[in-house]
Design a binder for this molecule. Structure first.
Ligand code: ADP
Ligand code: MG
Length: 223
């Protein structure tokens, strides 16, 4: 959670900055103009209102994702809801670092039975690893894709980062394995994803057929 807290500050600070600057503008307008442009003020208030809702969504995601979801019941959940909740906690940080986050379009009725909190945690771990991996890439991007296959739902995270050397590929899922400096990596991220995927009778794989780093999560569709 400590690792996440710093990241989430960005998610909340950016919309706060929007609200603050709109409020400033409105104060200036009201101070200067004899005839107050009502339409402009209404537009600004609508933006403030929308931005407040965005912060509320971020806080909701944060509360959900920082829980221990490991004893939650399995509930049919829209994939889109899980992704929205996850992206709410990292989009802004990626944008500020100029990392392009390519989000999938997911049909609203695509759902599967899961512990949504755990799936968001797993995805966020993968996205955070990709974030670290692209830190020295020029024109960095991270892509999330969703595929509805006959027997399972597949969610994949691909990045154009530095890649995973073949001699450590069989170690990355081990708890405490990290190549990051002390204080930056715990080595727990992929181990947690692995455990969560086991809980869901699914699997995680590093896609060795991909030239870029690509992690694939497969969730069985239980009839
Ligand atoms: N997308 C990625 N690109 C490059 N290396 C990665 C990626 N994801 C994971 N790794 C490697 O796997 C290691 C273990 O990841 P993880 O379990 O999340 O621990 P941590 O991120 O704390 O190091 C990382 O230290 C890194 O070497
Ligand atoms: Mg990690």
């Amino acid at each position: 959670l400590g690792e996440m807290a710093g990241g989430v500050a960005h998610e909340i600070n950016s919309p706060l900055a929007i609200i603050s600057s709109l409020a400033q503008q409105m104060i200036e307008t009201l101070n200067e103009k004899d005839a107050v442009p009502l339409n402009q003020l209404k537009k600004s208030l609508a933006t403030i209102d929308r931005t407040v809702h965005r912060i509320a969504m971020i806080v909701k995601s944060l509360r959900s994702i920082s829980r221990d979801g490991s004893r939650d019941p399995f509930v049919p959940t829209p994939v889109k809801a899980i992704l929205d909740e996850t992206f709410a906690l990292c989009s802004e940080r990626f944008r500020l670092s100029e990392i392009r986050l390519k989000k999938p379009t997911v049909p609203t009725d695509l759902r599967f039975s899961c512990r949504a909190t755990e799936i968001s945690q797993a995805l966020l771990n993968l996205l955070n690893n990709s974030f670290d991996a692209v830190s020295e890439t020029s024109d960095p991007w991270i892509e999330v894709t969703v595929e509805d296959k006959p027997n399972y739902i597949e969610i994949a995270v691909t990045d154009n980062g530095k890649g995973i050397p073949s001699d450590i590929q069989n170690k990355i899922f081990n708890p405490f394995f990290t190549t990051k400096e002390i204080g930056k990596g715990t080595g727990l991220g992929l181990g947690i994803v692995y455990r969560i995927m086991n809980n869901h009778r699914g699997k995680i794989e590093l896609d060795l057929s991909s030239a870029l780093t690509r992690f694939v999560l497969q969730f069985p569709k239980i009839p």
